[in-house]
Write a protein that binds this ligand. Structure first.
Ligand code: SAM
Length: 294
């Protein structure tokens, strides 16, 4: 009798222990499920923030757009992918455009920058204003300050009349290496001379290095604090003739107030603003076209 009761108690104890184990296992599995949902949900929220919400929120403010695309996203992707933005842009060109077809190179870069990664090219919208000015001036010698990956170089060079030349200056060797490949991919290497070095050192050597008398067109698109100094250097070096055109990008965002003040108020220039948007955004930016009057 006593034995029976003991066995009964042992059975109940075992049953209780089994039920406890089952409950613990169920709680653990629910915790894992919850954790998984939090991870999936968190990843979805981060993806939505990264792909749509933040880009949509910053696209009307140039400074926020530059902070997001040019600092945060670029650094993050460089670290995650082990490559640089210009290298990724070059791969997109090689994958999505036709060798020897400049228009397809331009479209591949614009597509990459609108759908994958923003980049500091003049872009498609201001690019068509640039095209208009290049076609109007029809330069036989043109200078570009700031090549980056060669987007605007390709845009300008594809419109140049036969026998004309475009000299483009870039002081970052990594950007210059990519630009050379983009220009060659577009089949424009014979029209373009890419020179590596700082504009302040190279401008005074233009006559000696390339036998240039003066430039018909100068596209100014390097660091903004150099616009005024380099425009005045071009004047001092006698590289502007009556009728030479300076076309400056980003005069509103990031902005070049001293340069604008100079070309708009100097009797040596006739200047006009072309309103547009910062590349691949809706924030205001524009180009300033200034004709040198001598
Ligand atoms: C806005 S990006 C040029 C974009 C390019 N024009 C386009 O639209 O495709 C400016 C470039 O100028 C270069 N740069 C800045 N200051 C320079 C200088 N003083 N001399 C030569 N290159 C310069 C930078 O390294 C950068 O690649």
């Amino acid at each position: 009798m006593v034995n029976e009761k003991r066995k009964e108690r042992d059975r109940e104890r075992e049953k209780g222990a089994e039920e406890k184990d089952l409950k613990t296992a169920a709680t653990k599995s629910r915790m894992w499920q919850d954790f998984l949902w939090v991870c999936v949900g968190g990843a979805a929220v981060l993806y939505a923030l990264y792909s749509w919400l933040i880009p949509a929120a910053v696209q009307y403010n140039g400074w926020w757009a530059l902070l997001w695309h040019d600092l945060i996203v670029e650094r993050m992707l460089d670290a995650l992918m082990g490559s640089t933005r210009p290298q990724r842009l070059l791969r997109a060109v090689q994958k999505n455009s036709t060798r020897g077809d400049p228009q397809s190179v331009i479209s591949a870069i614009d597509h990459f920058c609108r759908h994958k990664e923003w980049a500091m090219n003049v872009g498609d919208e201001k690019g068509s204003i640039l095209d208009g000015v290049v076609s109007e001036v029809n330069p036989s010698t043109a200078l570009e300050l700031g090549t980056y990956c060669g987007y605007s170089t390709v845009r300008i060079a594809r419109l140049l009349p036969p026998g004309s030349q475009l000299i483009t200056l870039e002081f970052n060797p990594a950007y210059a290496a990519v630009a050379k490949q983009v220009i060659a991919w577009a089949g424009l290497q014979d029209k373009v001379q890419l020179v590596e070095g700082p504009s302040g050192d190279l401008i005074p050597q233009m006559k000696e290095l390339f036998g240039v008398k003066s430039f018909d067109l100068v596209f100014i698109d390097h660091w903004k604090d150099r616009y005024l100094a380099d425009a005045q250097l071009l004047e001092e070096c006698g590289l502007l003739r009556k009728g030479s055109v300076l076309l400056a990008d980003n005069v509103i965002c990031p902005g070049t107030p001293e340069y604008l003040e100079y070309v708009r108020n100097s009797p040596r220039y006739e200047s006009r603003y072309f309103k547009s948007h910062l590349e691949y955004t809706q924030a205001e930016d524009g180009l300033e076209k200034s004709v040198f009057l001598g």
